[in-house]
Design a protein around this ligand. Sequence first.
Ligand code: GCB
Length: 593
Amino acid sequence: MNKIVFRILLPVFACLQMASAQDIMTNVYGRDIRSLNGKWSAIIDLYNQGYKTKFYQNKKPQGKTEFFEYSFDGALQLNVPSDWNSQLPELKYYEGTVWYARHFEGKKVNDKRQFLYFGAVNYRCRIFLNGKEIGGHEGGFTPFQMEVTDLINDGDNFVAVEVSNARSKDAIPAMAFDWWNYGGITRDVMLVSVPKAFIQDYSVQLDKNKPDVIHAQVKLSDKKANSDVWMEIPELEIKYKLQTNEQGLANASFPARKIKRWSPESPTLYKVILSSGDDRVEEMIGFRNLNVKGTNIYLNGKPMFMKCVSFHEEIPQRKGRAYSEADAAMLLSEAKALGCNMIRLAHYPQNEYTVRLAEKMGFILWQEIPVWQGIDFGDAGTQAKAKTMLTEMIQRDKNRCAVGFWGVANETQPSKERNEFLTSLLNTGKQIDTTRLYAAAFDLVRFNRDKKIFEMNDTFTEQLDVVAVNKYQGWYQPWPLDPKDAKWNVTPNKPLLISEFGGEALYGQSGDETVASSWGEDYQAKLYRDNIVMFGNIPNLRGVSPWILFDFRSPFRMHPTNQDGWNRKGLVSDQGIRKKAWYIMHDYYSKVK
Ligand code: GCB
């Protein structure tokens, strides 16, 4: 550690700016945290009586005449984190309100601030501490926090959470979507302690194009000028002092000549330590360049073909949400075995265990918000929610070099309202992060019978770095010609990804490979072979992503024997067994460049 520089050396580049919409602290897992996971008491509140009745006050009868028609003592016990649907047969299809509550020991600490942090609650919630409402959140897949410094008791504390997963027209996702609407406190709950003045937010990353310039930006909670912030990367012998401006922000750009860049083949991460006053926070961060030129995607200056796959945040064998490090390992190991270098996390931000482990294992990530079909684009409230979700997703994961793509929408139809909604969403994203590639998935590629070519007409694609297409050729649309003659002319001047393709097969079922309704592995396998032939005819194709790695549960899928509430497009069955198409994809990924 021989390099100590007291002044900012290079001009500061406009890179990540800190979002102010929700002040989520960066890298919560790197702080002083106490888990509040475990068994929580629960009350199923079908008629939404709990808020009116003030369940959160947890009152006990006083005197001889008082009684209450609820109690958390002796109530149903639910695991946190987890969804409620998989914990009790009666809750399998439940969409409504459930109250969660628990006690915990607290301590007032004079020189600390304390926050209650939720990794995710699906979909809406109100939070109460010691009988008082302290906040709420909408959006089932992003974190939020509430300061409780002045509310916490020495000794016993009682936290209650009213959760609802009722669908609504103005929500994101809205009324119908092709995955299970798991309700509950689905990710970690923690009590976080930080010093009075703490490092609220930071981003540390390599320049988008230059291989040896790191940009750092740090925000201190107390918004004071001239505070010192130290940034160290011991392995690179880097130690810099930054200084805050009047907003408590400090910026620096500095050379990092010895850096080994992160890549799927060599996912190098460095320990980065930030300290200021009494606060110190560290985490493993990787550095890489990712950009687009013409129709190519470049990682560290080399063109790359994205061998991608998607999965939902679900463990099929458990028929429930994935929420732990072990769950992440299961999902990601299967993607690794397939030969992937990228994951599209479908269709919402997934938990941090998955994101962080994916980075360690060398996967590029596409993360998106659940702007799926059926969004009310004309509604200002819905637009505001989309912006908040995008902001919260970027805020949480902006230091993950694995995240290469922010997805803003899936399968939307062109309209004035849609265009305005997505344009304004993109602008929100770019105000926070201009370093990732912005993408969206479209499903309007059609075969032009006169020209004998696949085309798409959607002007919004011009605003994106990378265009992605979900194309179920051979499943929802029969082949109009031999796959080897299927030519494409879709956004010819941009990189194109096939972000979804595939078809359904029930594991173990054989049948005529030309009959879709056989729901057989042979039909699915042929569909994969045919699509792979077509991929060879797409000049600007820079990656493909089969839909999907595992069979997943979905109320859309009602065929009694072949589906039974499961979308069967998995390359791997609900029991974790690889189907024939898995081997075809594996072979393709071992050869394609
Ligand atoms: C799509 C959607 C995805 C569905 C899939 C299907 O285009 O993006 O969420 O699950 O099709 O299986 O139909």
